[in-house]
Write a protein that binds this ligand. Structure first.
Ligand code: FAD
Length: 286
């Protein structure tokens, strides 16, 4: 069986890993111009985030909660999801406590390199195969998985709609001296309910990202920078990573044609869900 996977974010990469392990021939396509959410993600995989309210609320009846645990276990044996303590600071009061069930990975080690770094223009299924069209030509596959994040509906074209919407999120890379507060691992600063920022070590520097961002407004970036300066004295901004979170009313992992599966809608917890998505996609392919 040959399968084309469109998108090499957390979801497309997890599906590719899973299928390759089963001996399938997989070709990953990714548009080099579209930096998806996975490149900007904080990479937090805190199991507490994935309990009933979050995961069940995102599921659409085609998943059950056990699949989430099974997928999480499978993924954590394959990629760098490490236990790391996290200090929670309740700003501005400054009280803090340490949680130990946080798992951090470098998102960039999870993302697989594309075999074809090209934009997919359209996919044309037939009863016997699916054609994938790019600017350099057409190729035929037995099946196709569309995991193009917030772009999924554009790639599906006439095949259907997942109703995914983009929600801009950003992370900032800081050069900062080791702050006292971070002795235990990463630091999450709670500014108010549903507004928290996480700073973690990233390639010798500190990376700060907001985990809930409404509307992608620039003033949120200013807030992260201000916080970094107060908790990490001497912090210097190096780079801002932007990415569109794929947001669906319910996560979408379904067959849209006998040979085409679409998978998107991880919203703000897409990393931890990707293992379960891989198992689910595998079960949906012909
Ligand atoms: C700032 C920020 C922080 C976050 N922090 C966390 C976190 O700590 N923990 C967590 O679990 N989640 C977090 N998330 C959410 C998480 O990043 C997303 O849920 C997840 O990355 C979605 O993965 P995906 O594979 O579905 O899509 P994406 O990562 O968006 O990947 C889409 C892929 O599709 C490709 N593509 C698009 N169009 C085409 C085309 N026409 N042809 C070919 N390829 C195409 C792109 O090139 C890309 O490879 C965060 C998100 C942001 C923005």
């Amino acid at each position: 069986m040959s399968t084309a996977i469109i998108g090499n974010g957390f979801w497309g990469s997890a599906v590719a890993r899973r299928l390759r392990e089963q001996g399938e021939h997989v070709t990953i396509y990714a548009d080099p111009e579209v930096r998806g959410a996975s490149w900007a993600a904080a990479g937090i995989c805190k199991l507490a985030w994935y309990k009933q309210e979050t995961v069940r609320g995102m599921m659409d009846g085609t998943f059950d909660y056990d699949q989430f645990h099974e997928g999480f276990e499978w993924l954590s044996e394959r990629v760098a999801i490490d236990p790391a303590p996290e200090t929670f600071v309740n700003a501005p009061r400054g009280t803090s406590k340490v949680h130990t069930d946080t798992y951090l990975g470098d998102p960039l080690t999870v993302i697989l390199p594309p075999d074809r770094p090209e934009r997919v223009i359209e996919i044309i299924p037939s009863p016997t195969a699916v054609m994938v069209r790019t600017a350099t030509g057409d190729a035929l596959y037995d099946s196709v998985v569309v995991a193009a994040g917030a772009e999924t509906d554009n790639v599906l074209g006439g095949l259907g709609f997942t109703d995914v919407k983009p929600l801009l999120g950003r992370a900032i890379l800081f050069d900062a001296p080791e702050p006292e507060i971070a002795a235990t691992g990463c630091v999450t600063i709670m500014t108010r309910p549903y507004a928290h920022f996480t700073f973690r070590r990233f390639r010798g520097r500190w990376r700060g990202g907001d985990t809930v961002e409404r509307g992608g407004k620039m003033d949120r970036i200013a807030e992260v920078t201000r916080l970094a300066a107060s908790y990490f004295p001497g912090a210097r901004e190096i780079e801002v990573y932007g990415g569109n979170r794929p947001v669906c009313p319910k996560m979408f992992v379904r067959r849209v044609h006998p040979r085409v599966v679409a998978a998107t809608g991880g919203h703000r917890v897409g990393f931890g869900l990707s293992g379960a998505v891989a198992l689910r996609v595998e079960s949906l392919l012909p």
